[in-house]
Design a protein around this ligand. Structure first.
Ligand code: CA
Ligand code: CA
Length: 148
């Protein structure tokens, strides 16, 4: 009861943390509806399930700790990516144009076929938002470049 409440609260703080990191780096979209309380609860349920490795509907200290570590790591990765994104965003408009995209370390160091800007500009506005950039990073790391 009390413990469940605390867990829920902590989970909510986690969600807030990832949300804050993302919100910091992506401009709000006007078309998107405000998050509903339901969504938040679903998010917490999903998070609890993912942390509850042995599926006994309780979070042990170990499970909790692993969750915190994973969350911190994710936040650090996001911050690092945000730093790269900002450093490459030469005209500081919060998005990457194709010339800026070509300055990304991952693009410059790509061996063989260069990643194409248009493949990652999901909404075809000739700019990569931070979110589109994250998709790009996700795809790049899903197919590891051959090491030399
Ligand atoms: Ca830019
Ligand atoms: Ca775009």
């Amino acid at each position: 009861m009390n413990r469940t409440f605390q867990t829920t609260l902590t989970a909510a703080l986690f969600l807030g943390l990832s949300g804050a990191v993302l919100a910091q780096s992506t401009p709000p979209k006007k078309a998107e509806a405000a998050p509903q309380a339901n969504n938040i609860e679903q998010g917490i349920d999903a998070m609890f399930k993912s942390l509850d490795k042995d599926k006994n509907n309780q979070l042990s200290y170990e499970e909790f700790k692993q969750g915190v570590v994973a969350e911190r790591r994710q936040a650090m990765v996001l911050q690092r990516l945000n730093g790269i994104f900002r450093s490459v965003d030469a005209n500081k408009n919060g998005a990457l144009e194709s010339t800026e995209f070509n300055m990304l370390p991952a693009v410059k160091q790509a061996t063989g076929v260069k990643p194409r800007f248009s493949d990652y500009d999901a909404n075809k506005d000739q700019k990569l938002s931070f979110r589109e950039y994250l998709d790009f990073v996700g795809k790049m790391s899903a197919t590891p470049a051959p090491k030399k």
